[in-house]
Design a protein around this ligand. Sequence first.
Ligand SMILES: [Mn+2]
Length: 412
Amino acid sequence: MIHKNRRAKLLSRLNAGGLVIIATNPEQIRSGDVHYPFRPHSDFWYLTGFTEPDAVAIFSSKSYHIFLRDKDPVRDIWDGKHLGVEAAPKALKADFSYPITQLKTRLPKLITNTSVLYYDFKPGALDDEIITLLADFEYQSLTPYVHEMRLFKDAEEIKLMQQASDISVAAHKLAMQKTQAGLFEFEITSVLDSHFRKNNAEHAYPPIVAGGENACILHYNDNNQRLKDGDLLLIDAGCEVSGYAADITRTFPINGKFSDAQRQIYQIVLDAQSSAIKSIRPGVAINRPHQIASDIIRQGLIKLDILPHDGNLSQFYMHNTGHWLGLDVHDTPEYKGTTQYHEFIAGMVITVEPGIYIHKDDKIDPIYWGIGIRIEDDVLVTQTSHKVLSAALVKNIDEIEDLVKNEHTTSD
Ligand SMILES: [Mn+2]
């Protein structure tokens, strides 16, 4: 029913007589005849709830047609069972269902008498011949309409995001407890993998497990270096549950004890993050958390003589403080920034993830060289305030030192 309601809501925002055509993702070849694990297209998943490849949904206010893989006893032996054309109407609340192989022949009839077609296809999602068929009709981009809906999470979505966050928090805790100098980054990555798997979840994005100065590479995911005593470890990892992502980062000392320099930088990032989160509630400007975090980081770095008074903060803090989160880790890119919404509204979910990254060649006191710190939580905007979905994961210095150290004293 959720998906049916979403389709109705979407149609109510489109021109009368409009017809929506949406395809799921094409399968992607990894190598030879092996595919990458299939991930449905997020907008398609959001509107249909259907997760098989080779599927196209076509709907208007009058009817809902779904094209999908038909039952095939031979393919079922190789690839497992499929829903099939016969069971589809009931399972997906569609009016009509057809084999995907009939899309080309049935499409011309389905699109006659429509005022405007709404679609966006990724390259490879549909045959070129079908795209050509559509070219004669008035067209509007579908994505902004769907993304506007996806920006506001309903109760079911929030429940799934809380689950994804809870599993991710537990995985981070285990990884922090497992960390010791001498281990490799991939051994800590495997702790995350294992916990996600055990909970029937998977990585929502390639995890970053970055020891020492590797943390200064923002999208580091080689995860293949040895962890050194005295370094920090940055872990940016989150799982996906029924399509919904968590995105959480913690940075902690590999030996369980922050050095003075690490402690100074960490506290600046933590203050920036805490104040940015505190500002979030309905009516507050969407770029406010970034302004707050940037100001605190700038003041903190000036105080430590790392940044000159007229210095450029982007040398040490070069990314934004957050992004929308949902079915995609960087959710609803059509609505990123402040182009459509200038203020927070209940139901939005945003990450808050300030950081400081000090490279070895930076012309400052070498005690700070190679320190890369980011702290990231997932925040839901509520009716009057906000809720931190990942609040259960420690981030104060004492709590972190306790968690990392405890395991060492008990396991050694
Ligand atoms: Mn993030």
